[in-house]
Design a protein around this ligand. Structure first.
Ligand code: UDP
Length: 229
């Protein structure tokens, strides 16, 4: 560990980015400007000495449920959705590398010509060496989502916190886009803790540049969901 992480509250984090987060001003696919900005924020975290893992969604390209509604076999649709997450992961890897950050895509589905397989111990080793690990293909199973994959991977790699990027800066008592008086919770507790090892998650707005860094520095941004007060 170097001195540079003295301002960071966490040593190892997992950031969940939905596919939609990469859309930016595009209707479909990836907005390179958004990708570059997010990659820059991740670089800033690694420069503070924080180990960063990323789970990417695929909703900007395909979602299995949507494809099934249009008549496709659900499992095939989910396979397409998982491959969409790998496409996003490759784009993020490229954006990070162009900023001089070492990154590795690890896929839950085997696509060896394209990226590494997900192997837990290898993922942890990459993190220890300061490489950003981008988990692709969700859990590798149909009928799941990348939110589940993010929780699973965060627990597996012993991340201290799961940071879930959304379009609003936290959890509110009502929809803040519809109700201007909606109140943001700074902290919520789980009714039931599903797993006793990963006991904290923070919801924040990815569209506020710099919020990711501010959370890791301990500022009151978004909503923390944890097992206790
Ligand atoms: N998916 C899946 N298993 C997983 C994770 C994802 O089958 O473990 C598929 C599913 O079809 C999903 C799509 O991949 O709709 C994209 O993931 P998600 O909808 O979670 O992406 P996001 O909403 O975060 O962009």
């Amino acid at each position: 560990m170097t001195d540079t992480n003295t301002t960071a509250r966490y040593r190892r984090i997992l950031v969940k980015l939905s596919g939609e987060a990469l859309l930016g001003s595009e209707d479909y696919g990836i907005d390179p400007k958004i990708l570059k900005r997010i990659a820059g924020e991740i670089r800033d975290l690694t420069q503070m000495g924080v180990q960063v893992a990323v789970v990417l969604g695929g909703g900007n390209i395909f979602r299995g449920a949507g494809l099934a509604r249009a008549g496709m076999d659900r499992v095939t649709g989910d396979h397409m959705g998982m491959l969409a997450t790998v496409i996003n992961a490759l784009a993020m890897q490229d954006a990070l590398e162009s900023l001089g950050v070492y990154a590795r895509v690890m896929s839950a589905l085997r696509i060896n010509e394209v990226c590494e397989d997900y192997i837990r111990r290898r993922a942890v080793r990459h993190l220890e060496k300061g490489r950003v690990v981008i988990f692709g293909a969700g859990t590798g199973n149909p009928f799941f989502t990348t939110d589940t994959a993010a929780s699973l991977r965060a627990i597996e790699i012993n991340a201290e916190i799961l940071l879930k990027a959304t379009k609003v800066n936290g959890i509110y008592d009502s929809d803040p886009l519809l109700n201007p008086d909606a109140k943001r919770y700074t902290h919520l507790t789980f009714d039931k803790v599903l797993n006793d090892r990963l006991n904290v998650m923070e919801v924040f707005n990815l569209f506020n540049a710099g919020d990711l860094l501010r959370i890791v520095q301990g500022e009151d941004v978004g909503t923390v969901v944890s097992a206790g007060p």
